[in-house]
Design a protein around this ligand. Sequence first.
Ligand SMILES: [Zn+2]
Length: 281
Amino acid sequence: MPQINAERLLNDLRKLRTFGAVDTGVVRPALSEADIESRQWLKARYEDAGLDGSIDGVANVFGRSRNDGPALIIGSHSDTQPRGGWLDGALGVIYGLEIARACAEDPTTAHLAVDAVSWQDEESNFIGCLGSRSWCGTLDPADEAAARGRDGTPLAEALRTCGLHDVPRQQIEDGRYVGYLEAHIEQGAYLEDAGEQIGVVTAIVGIRGMTITFDGEQNHAGTTARCRNRTLRGCPPDQRGVSQSRGRANRVDDRQRQHRTRRVIDRAGTRRNGLTVPRSG
Ligand SMILES: [Zn+2]
C-alpha cells in the first residue's frame, strides 16, 4: 500500500504558495508572471519525481509516467482567482504529484502509470477551463480568438509574451486513461458541518451566462396600472420569471426612461446579463 510523504506534500504546497503570495492568499492569474514561474517550478518537480515534465501551448503542465498505461491522470489547476485561496486548485495539483511519487516508491504499485497535471485557466482569466478544454479538443477557435484577460490583454498576445505561441498543445491520448481524479479544497461547509475530512462529489453547481433582450414600453414603476403595462401584456402565467425580469428592467431603466438604452443590470458567472428595453411611441 503506497504511503504519501506528508511533510514532502506540505513543503510543495507551501512552495507553490510563494508564487504570487499576498497576505493570506495568492494572486496567480493564468499566464501572469507568477503563474508561469510556478508552472516552470512544477514541471521541474514532476521531473524530480521521475515523470516526463512538459508545458504545452496553453501552459498546461504535465508529468507523464514512463510506465505504459492504462493510466490514471490526477491533478487540478494552479492558476488562481485575482485573489484566491492558497489551496484552491493547488491542493489537487500537489496531491497528483505526491500520489505519483508515492506509487513510484512502493514496489507493489511502481509498475502502474500515474500522470500528474496542472490545467491552465480554470479560473476564467481568459476562458474558463482553457487548458482542460484544449486537452479534450473542445476549445472553440472563435471563443479563443475573442478571448481577453481581465486586464484586456488578448489571449494570443499573452501566449506570445509567455513564449508559448509556437509550442504544441497536447491532447488526450486515446486509450491511455482509465480515469481522471481531482481533489479540491471544500468551498462550502458541508464536510465541516458533518465532521468529515473528505467526501466524494456527486453533483456540482452549473453556471450559465446569457444575454436577454426584452422589447416593451418602459414606464414608471408602481404608478403604471397593470392594464397599461405593455411589458406584461400577453405574458402567459407560466412565464412568471420573465414577468419578474421585465419588472426589474423597468426599475433599472427608470432613471433613463427618455432614452432608448441598453442597461447591464446583473452579472452571473463570467458573462454579463444585458437587458434592452426600447421605449416606443
Ligand atoms: Zn478551484
